[in-house]
Structure formats: structure tokens, C-alpha cells
Design a binder for this molecule. Structure first.
Ligand code: FE2
Length: 261
């Protein structure tokens, strides 16, 4: 399994690398980043493939520490966009959202404890999909209303799974439970509005949207990171945290003014 993940990321990385003349220190940072990404994706793949809701929490915490460590690099955002998987499997999506949340957390100068909570919640935000029928999750077309109602349960299921694994940090549990809430109250499960949506959930929700837009789906092509941010700014600003979207845009502007995905 690891080989599959590594091969894919290396393939993307090699094509990225051949187009770039980057300094040695960036190459070294990129290698560490890819290693941590592959390891995290492999762990998430194991968890989702096992179908078992009990998992090794310590292993996950270890990945969280490594993600925080590599996300301290100044050039993390363009490096990350350079090799990130464009596929939308739940385990790759979870990994992407964890890295994106870590990048945002660093940019917001979160202290270490807050970073740990945020990245842990981001990595586990879709765990509840373990209890959703795979035929619905993998459906190549848009979902029917009743199917979408089932999918909507995943944020509650995910919170329950974390509690069963001994996670009792309320900020993490709320980050997972509310990651589909939207500022205008159009989200789920409770239709919370504005600042009533916890910060972790607002960050994870935004990274979730960004990754969903920039990965390939059977019913549409993937947006470039630039297109995704434009779309978020123009169409989704009533739903997403304006301040966070602007932080994302600033990060993107600083990314050599180039788009890698
Ligand atoms: Fe989700």
C-alpha cells in the first residue's frame, strides 16, 4: 500500500521537480515533506481500508507531530501544491486537509497545543465515512437526496468514533462534528451560524472545500488552486470565514505567483 502512495506522489513530484530549478535546501525540505505525506496517507489508507473504527491513536498523534514539523517550512504551500495527490479518495483527502490546516495554523501563529488539536481534528474529520456505504461514497455521479442525507451523518459518526478511541478534547471533537457547518447557517449537522462555529471547524471546512475543488471528480475536472480560490472568494464567501479565505489567498500570492495544480 505504501508503495502505491509513494509511487504516485513521487511521480507527481518528479514532474514538478523537472520544471523547477530550486535551491538544495528546498529539495531537502521537499523530500521530508513527501516522506511525511506518504507515511500519513498510508496510515489513513490503513484505517479506512480496515473498516475498524478502533485505530492506533498514538500512531496518528505521531503523524500529527511530523506534519506540524514539516509545515514550519516557509515555502510549504507551493511545495505542497507541487506534489499533492489530485485524487479524491477519503484517505488522500484527509491527508490533504490535515496538511492544508497545518499550513493555515502556522500562518495564524497557532501555539503548539492548538496546532496539535487542529491537525488531529483535520486528519480525522471524515473518519465517520467508515460508517457510510461505500457505494454511495464512490458513486461517480451526484448524489440523490436520500443518499446525501446518509452522507451528512458522517460528522456525527466521526465524533462518536473519536470518543470510542478515547479522544476527549472538546475542541477536536467539535472540529470534526462541525466541519460542514457554514457561516450563513446552510451547513450541517446543526445549522450553526458565524462565530458560533468553532475555529477548528471553520479552518477544516475551508480546507475541505479547497481540496474538494482542486481534486479530480468523475463529474467535473479539478480546478487549479487559483481557480478554486477565486471561486471561494466569489461564490462561497457567505459560507466561509472571510478572514481565513484571505489568509489562504495571501499564501497563494506568495507562492512564486505560479500554480502547480
Ligand atoms: Fe466531511
Amino acid at each position: 500500500m505504501l508503495q502505491a502512495v509513494t509511487a504516485r506522489t513521487n511521480q507527481s513530484y518528479n514532474s514538478y521537480q523537472s520544471n523547477q530549478k530550486e535551491p538544495l535546501f528546498l529539495k531537502q525540505q521537499n523530500s521530508s515533506l513527501i516522506a511525511v505525506y506518504s507515511k500519513t496517507a498510508e496510515l489513513m489508507q490503513e484505517i479506512f481500508a480496515s473498516g475498524d473504527e478502533l485505530f492506533d491513536v498514538e500512531k496518528l498523534r505521531h503523524c500529527v507531530e511530523e506534519i506540524i514539523e514539516v509545515s514550519q517550512c516557509d515555502q510549504i504551500f507551493p511545495l505542497f501544491l507541487g506534489f499533492i495527490s489530485l485524487n479524491y479518495s477519503t484517505y488522500e483527502h484527509s491527508t490533504n486537509v490535515a496538511f492544508l490546516s497545518a499550513i493555515l495554523g502556522q500562518k495564524l501563529s497557532f501555539e503548539l497545543d492548538k496546532m496539535r488539536g487542529l491537525v488531529f481534528a483535520a486528519l480525522t474529520h471524515d473518519l465517520g465515512k467508515l460508517h457510510i456505504d461505500a457505494a454511495i461514497l464512490d458513486k461517480p455521479t451526484l448524489l440523490e437526496e436520500d443518499e446525501f442525507e446518509q452522507v451528512k451523518m458522517h460528522s456525527r459518526y466521526g465524533t462518536q468514533i473519536l470518543i470510542r478511541n478515547g479522544v476527549d478534547d472538546l475542541s477536536i471533537l467539535h472540529g470534526v462534528l462541525y466541519h460542514h457547518e457554514r457561516l450563513d447557517g446552510s451547513g450541517y449537522p446543526e445549522g450553526l451560524k458565524g462565530r458560533r462555529i468553532p475555529k477548528y471547524a471553520r479552518i477544516i471546512g475551508m480546507c475541505d472545500v479547497f481540496d474538494a475543488l482542486t481534486t479530480r471528480r468523475t463529474f467535473r475536472r479539478n480546478y487549479s488552486s487559483f481557480e478554486a480560490l477565486i471561486y471561494m472568494k466569489r461564490e462561497l464567501l457567505s459560507q466561509l470565514d472571510r478572514e481565513l479565505v484571505n489568509v489562504f489567498i495571501t499564501l497563494h500570492r506568495r507562492s512564486h505567483h505560479e500554480t502547480y495544480r
